[in-house]
Design a protein around this ligand. Structure first.
Ligand SMILES: [Fe+2]
Length: 422
């Protein structure tokens, strides 16, 4: 049972994160669109408040909208991201004020509501968990936008401190582990804040397979690039090759060739040497698939990934927590405290991992509490990503958590690991 004080604390933490991330960004820069793939930062900021008003004030208390036109401006389904800068948006200061006013009302509602009354929206604080996760998910989106601002140096992303496992390399680590054939329960009924797409828990069978103990590193991926993988048709699926040539892909996003022939990367406004032992990020699904083919492997299916992740703990994962950050994945050389039951490291945190699977509903799926969270996205256009990244808050990821995106997307903090038949 989740208490009201825990819900308030979770709401307050997500808001500290949002405001902290944006505090160094001048207000006028928050109104700018840096890429047609992303919203202006101030759109995300007010959308966070609008979504909170919709659920924690209007839905729970039956209140009228405070600003009716926001139902159009801040509804993600009415305006694609490329259109959003032309809308009549609140500026950053206005968005902060709006969010604060909504929060005050939401806490008043929470104060007088009965969480134990049997409403499925309120059971275990579900709708509050949804709002907390939503804000953290948008915070990760804000980070992706900030990363795309080529010339904006985020002062908190200064590389101070090392990843939690830096320097503790286990030299004898096997490259992959065997996961025996299994019939297991996929998805969850037990996680109170799980989304509809993680339900219902159901039985799934997989054949034995091998999966890499770590995500593919920058160093390993650079070998693929340097050996001509982006010019080698044989490495790519038909769709992948079509995209690689159309988009002119030559390396992961934000990589730059250094004068000495090696690589640097651009990260939150700075150039730095490419850290070879960090998981590669900012590769699209097609690039992940091509690398896997190059090594004679494949991407794991979503079921294989979830089975291999069993027992992975968010507590030891490189996820977003309050306090100093590197704004980067950790080196893959972690200790065994980061291992899942099968011995795979870093299944949670560091980078989202592309899987081979399309985003489809589990057998018996029911949309809850609204169709637009998951149901409208099901289909072959989207690939599933698993495990969360360094930018994901622990409340917004589980071994059952499913994320999805188009196979061409690279601005997200996504990498991958390889699998193969046993
Ligand atoms: Fe949203």
């Amino acid at each position: 049972m989740v208490g009201k004080s825990e819900l308030v604390a979770a709401l307050e933490e997500s808001r500290r994160r949002t405001l902290g991330l944006l505090a160094p960004v001048p207000d006028d820069l928050q109104r700018v669109q840096v890429s047609p793939l992303m919203s202006p930062l101030c759109w995300d900021l007010a959308h966070i408040g609008h979504f909170e008003e919709l659920w924690l004030v209007r839905e729970l208390a039956g209140a009228a909208p405070s600003v009716p036109r926001f139902d159009d401006v801040y509804d993600a389904f009415r305006h694609p991201r490329r259109e959003r800068p032309s809308l009549d948006l609140l500026d950053a200061a206005g968005a902060r004020d709006y969010d604060a006013a909504v929060r005050t009302r939401a806490l008043e509602v929470l104060d007088r509501i009965d969480l134990e009354g049997g409403d499925p929206l309120l059971t275990d604080g579900f709708v509050y968990g949804m709002i907390v996760q939503h804000e953290h998910q948008h915070d990760e989106t804000l980070l992706a936008t900030l990363q795309l601002m080529h010339d904006f140096v985020h002062p908190d992303a200064d590389g101070r401190g090392a990843g939690p496992n830096d320097g503790s390399a286990l030299l004898a680590r096997p490259l992959d582990v065997l996961v025996p054939a299994a019939t297991f329960v996929m998805g969850t009924e037990a996680e109170p804040w799980a989304y509809d797409n993680e339900r219902p828990a159901h039985t799934e069978s997989v054949d034995a397979f091998r999966i890499d103990t770590t995500a593919v590193t920058n160093g390993a991926y650079a070998q693929f690039v340097d050996s001509g993988g982006y010019d080698d048709r044989a490495c790519w699926s038909d769709a992948g090759w079509g995209w690689c040539t159309e988009a002119g892909l030559t390396a992961p996003q934000f990589w730059q060739r250094a004068a000495d022939g090696g690589w640097t990367r651009h990260r939150f406004g700075r150039d730095e040497p490419l850290p070879e032992d960090e998981p590669v990020q900012h590769v699209c699904w097609y690039e992940a698939d091509a690398y896997a083919r190059w090594t004679g492997s494949r991407l794991p299916t979503e079921a294989e990934w979830e089975l291999a992740a069993r027992g992975a703990s968010p507590a030891t994962a490189n996820l977003w927590r309050e306090g100093p950050h590197r704004f980067a994945p950790s080196p893959v050389t972690g200790g065994c405290e980061r291992a899942s039951e099968c011995g795979a490291l870093g299944m949670l945190g560091d980078v989202w991992e592309w899987t081979a699977s399309d985003f489809t509903p589990y057998p018996g799926f029911r949309a809850f509490p609204y169709r637009e969270y998951s149901e409208v996205f099901y289909g072959p256009e989207y690939k599933v990503l698993r495990g969360g990244s360094w930018a994901t808050h622990p409340s917004a990821v589980r071994t059952t958590f499913r994320n999805w995106d188009f196979p061409v997307r690279r601005q997200i903090f996504a990498g991958f690991r390889c699998a193969r038949d046993a």
